[in-house]
Design a protein around this ligand. Structure first.
Ligand SMILES: [Zn+2]
Length: 70
């Protein structure tokens, strides 16, 4: 998680405790990174991803079991 300043283009991967850009003191900074992507996802999308994840793991375990015992 980091931030990006649209006013001066300052970009950092560090998390800053305040909401001002350390380079130009702009308050219009935007947070970047994965945490923002997660917030944009709807709960429905997250549920779908979880279902796909469980289905793939189940498939993998069944395939490994079949390889070992057949
Ligand atoms: Zn700035």
């Amino acid at each position: 998680m980091g931030f990006y300043c649209p006013d001066c283009g300052y970009r950092s991967k560090k998390k800053i405790p305040h909401v001002q850009c350390p380079a130009c003191d702009s308050t219009a900074i935007q947070s970047t990174g994965r945490s923002r992507d997660k917030q944009l996802q709807s709960p429905r999308q997250r549920n779908l991803r979880l279902v796909i994840l469980i289905a793939l793991w189940t498939f993998l375990i069944i395939e490994i079991y079949n390889k070992l015992y057949n």
